[in-house]
Design a binder for this molecule. Structure first.
Ligand SMILES: Cc1cc2nc3c(=O)[nH]c(=O)nc-3n(C[C@H](O)[C@H](O)[C@H](O)COP(=O)(O)OP(=O)(O)OC[C@H]3O[C@@H](n4cnc5c(N)ncnc54)[C@H](O)[C@@H]3O)c2cc1C
Length: 444
């Protein structure tokens, strides 16, 4: 278990349980808590540990045990799989997650089954190449997602649990973490403690609770309220989807069951109905991001942008910038712009930044920086350090979008060239900007 830290709609777990049940085999469920995971810190680990606590409790109800080993899966999984008839794992889309799975499948002798359950249509099935925009992916994805029968949760078959003896782990220099996973583990984990945990509860139960209340109350107003940061009209599900505490399949199935699934093959049609608009974000935009990191080997860099965007930003590199800030000014929210400072403060203090402000935040990093490639790297660094949903395919596609990815050329202007720009005047026309600013920067 790595990318799907949940029990419900965990198709990898379900597959493993079915195989064990059918063949009369024991089942070991293993999670590797790797303190060396890139950009991991106290904030992200707190959320992860909430999720592991829920999984431990959920598996215990099924008579199973979650074994948590401190260290890299590259060492722990092959060791655990020495006696295995089959190894089942979930899918992750970031390069490290892919490398882990590749290297582990080469290191073990048993067959490996990889299950994609954090996506509506497996990434290689919806498209065999990098898509230009949402418009090119949407029709393919919508048709397939609608055809594909959504998995119905099966009753879990009985199977016995197994875990390698503690001595086997310690001989290999690995440590089994005993007891119920909880945030108290943060005290001794060798991670970056510079970014403190927030009080947002992670885990499957918090995720399902948030989803059901959003479905009952928030969804109806999603199309009108989601772009107003003062209304908190979006679902707030991104951290749960990122950590695999919630599967998009759960969302799709619930919407289908409630009769609100209207496959919209065009963005205009999606805009007519709040549930379709939500589906367009969670399905099309999210899976477009996965398509980006899957097929574009330089997705995390300036080179990952479309050729027209790189060219136009290059042509405008020497344009006079109204302001230029140091990385420290940006990180500590010390720009002249209260809207930007408020957004950065929201991110640093809560681990969340409202989606509409995120676009503005990224655009201004581009505008008030003398080097577009550095601005892109800085945006990723800040996003991934502070955001609870950071280090996700959406992080890379979202930041790249501010620099022209998955977008089209607009009217030419200074600094941005043909890349779409955003202004604080535009924000103020959409919502009460002062109220937003004062929430995060109280007037002195
Ligand atoms: C500069 C920048 C950085 C971003 N960084 C991240 C990030 O680190 N992690 C992240 O998950 N998203 C990121 N996004 C995309 C988007 O802003 C967030 O997914 C959204 O704000 C999350 O809030 P929510 O869960 O309330 O979204 P909702 O509006 O309720 O949407 C539901 C779900 O749909 C998906 N979604 C929504 N909007 C987008 C989008 N534009 N692109 C892709 N998927 C989307 C998300 O999974 C989201 O949880 C970024 C966008 C920008 C412009």
């Amino acid at each position: 278990m790595q990318a799907s830290v949940r029990v419900q709609d965990n198709l990898a777990l379900q597959e493993a349980m079915s195989l064990a049940g059918e063949r009369g085999l024991d089942l070991a469920v293993l999670f590797c808590l790797d303190a060396g995971y890139p950009e991991a810190n106290e904030r992200s680990f707190a959320f992860l540990l909430d999720g592991l606590g829920d999984v431990s409790a959920g598996l215990a109800k099924l008579g199973l045990k979650l074994t948590i080993v401190a260290g890299s899966p590259l060492e722990a999984v092959p060791l655990a799989a020495r006696q295995a008839a089959v190894l089942v794992t979930d899918q992750g889309y970031m390069p490290l997650q892919r490398r882990w799975r590749q290297q582990i499948s080469e290191a073990v002798k048993c067959p490996v089954i990889l299950v994609e359950d954090n996506i509506s249509v497996p990434v290689g099935v919806s498209s065999d190449h990098e898509e230009w925009t949402a418009a090119t992916l949407r029709p393919k994805l919508m048709r397939l997602a609608d055809l594909e029968p959504l998995p119905v949760p099966l009753p879990f078959p009985n199977c016995r649990f197994w875990a390698p003896a503690v001595s086997a782990w310690s001989e290999a220099g690995l440590k089994v973490l005993e007891g119920m996973p909880s945030r108290s583990w943060l005290d001794w984990l060798p991670i970056d403690h510079g970014v403190p945990a927030t009080n947002l509860a992670g885990g499957e139960s918090a995720a399902l609770h948030r989803w059901s209340s959003f479905m009952q109350v928030g969804l109806e107003r999603y199309d009108t309220d989601r772009n107003d940061p003062n209304l908190e009209g979006s679902s707030g599900l991104a951290p749960y989807l990122h950590f695999g505490h919630l599967s998009p399949l759960t969302l799709l199935r619930d919407l289908k069951a409630s009769g609100r699934w209207v496959p919209a093959v065009s963005y205009r049609r999606a805009g007519e109905d709040p549930a379709s608009k939500f589906l367009d974000e969670v399905l099309v935009r999210r899976e477009l991001s996965i398509n980006f990191v899957w097929y574009n080997p330089v997705f995390a860099t300036f080179q990952g942008l479309p050729e027209w965007a790189r060219r136009t930003l290059g042509q405008h590199k020497a344009d006079q910038r109204e302001y230029v800030y140091s990385d420290r000014d940006w990180e500590t929210a010390r720009t002249h712009d209260e809207a930007w400072n408020a957004a950065q403060t929201q991110l640093v203090t809560t681990g969340i930044m409202h989606g509409y402000m995120r676009m503005y935040w990224g655009k201004k990093l581009l505008e008030w920086n003398s080097e577009p490639a550095q601005a892109l790297e800085l945006a990723l660094r800040l996003n991934n350090r502070y955001a609870l949903d950071g280090r996700d395919p959406n992080s890379y596609a979202g930041v790249a979008w501010c620099f022209g990815k998955h977008d089209r050329p607009w009217a030419e202007r200074s600094v941005y060239g043909l890349v779409r720009c955003m202004t604080s005047g535009g924000l103020a026309r959409k919502f009460d900007l002062r109220a937003y600013v004062e929430r995060f920067i109280p007037p002195s």
